[in-house]
Write a protein that binds this ligand. Sequence first.
Ligand code: HEC
Length: 380
Amino acid sequence: MISTRKKKLQTIILILVIAVVAYASASGPEPRYTGAPGDIGSCVFCHDTFENANVGPGSVTITNTPAVYSPGQQYTITVTAQQGGRSKFGFQLTAIDSGGNRAGTLATVSSDTQINPLTGEGARQYIQHSSTGTNATSSGRRIWQIRWTAPSTDVGTVTFYVAGNAADNDGLNRDDYIYTNRITTESPTSNVTVALASDPANQTLVAGSQFLIDWSATGISNVDSYEIRYSTDDGATFPIANLIFSTTDANITDFNWTVPDKPTTQARIRLQAATKSGSAVEVRSGRFTITGTGGPEIPTITSVEIIGKHLYVNGTNFKDDADVYMNDAKQKTSNDSENPTGRLKCKKLGKKIDRGQTVNLVVKNPDGTVSASFLYQRPL
Ligand code: HEC
C-alpha cells in the first residue's frame, strides 16, 4: 500500500517536472540567456546552427531607454527584433548595475511578455516573450513594450542586455538567427557632460601662439578619458593627425594648445569624453580662423645630450627618417621609438665629440626642410 502511494507520488512529480520543462521551452526561454556578464550565455547556447550571435542580417535593439534615469521613475522601453523573411521572434532582457546586480524592476505592460519566475546572478530579473508574444508574423519584425522602474536610489550606470531570436517558425531550435545588444542608462551622478569654458569661436588664432583650452565636466567618476582634436573643414572631419591632447586623468580640465601652422577659416575644436560605461560625449567649439604661413613644418633643435656613447637630439617636427648632420657630415640617425617626432638618436656619435669641443648640428627632414644650426658644446 505504502509503496503504491509512493509510486503514485513519484509519477505525479515526474509529470510536474515534464510540465515545467515543456512550459519553459514552449512559452519562453529559460533564464540567464541574455548574454549579460554572469549569464550562462545567449540563446546561441541552444540555437547554435550559426554558432555565434549577430552573424545574420537582422538585429535586436532596445530603444526608449532614458539617457539619464530618475530614481524610482517608471519607463516604457521597446525591444525590437527584426530580420526580413523571418516569421517568429523571441527575446529575453535583463537590467543590471556595473556590479552585475539587479537594477530596478522589470514588469510587463501586456500579455506579449512575461517575467521569468526565476532570477539569475545578483538577483537579476528576466523579462521575455510570452507565447502570444512570439506568434507568427509576416512583417519580418516584432516589437515588445516592457516596463522598467528605475532603482529607488542612484546605483550608477545601469545596462540593459538583450538577446533576440529571429526564428524560422519550424518549432525547433534549428536554423534560427540569434542577436544580442545592450544599452546603458546613466544615473544622475554617472551622467557625463562636457562644456568648453574657453571657446575660440569667431577668433583669429596665429600659428605658433598658445590658446588655453579650458573645459568643465560633470560625472567625472564615470570619465574614462578625454581627447581633443581640431578640424580644418568646419567639423566635417577631426582626423587623428589633428590630435591636440589626450589623457586618462579625469581631473584634468585644461590644456595649453600651441596653434599649428594650418591656415584655415574653418577651424573647430572637439573635446570628447569617453565614459567607463562605454559611451562617449562631446562638445565642439564654434568656428574660428587660424592664420600662418602654411609652409612645411620646419624641424627645430631645442637641446642635445650625450648619454653613454650615443648623441640625442631633442626638438620638434622631426619626420620619419630625418637625419642629423654634424659639421655638414650626415650621421647615422634613427627616430626615437617613444617620441619619433621629438627625439633623434645617433648611435656612437657621442664618442666622436671630445669634452669641451663645440660642434655644429642641423636636422634635415626627408622633404628637404632643414633646421637652424645648433651649436653644441660637450660639457667638460
Ligand atoms: C536551453 C536551451 C534553449 C535556450 C537557451 C533557448 N532556447 Fe529557444 N528553443 C529551445 C528549444 C528546444 C526549442 C524548440 C521548441 C520548443 O521546445 O519549444 C526552442 C524554440 C524557440 C523558438 C521557436 C523557434 C521556431 O523556429 O519555431 C523561439 C522563438 C525561441 N526558442 C526563442 C529563444 C530565445 C529568444 C532565447 C534566448 C533568450 C532562447 N530561445 C534560448 C531551447 C532553447
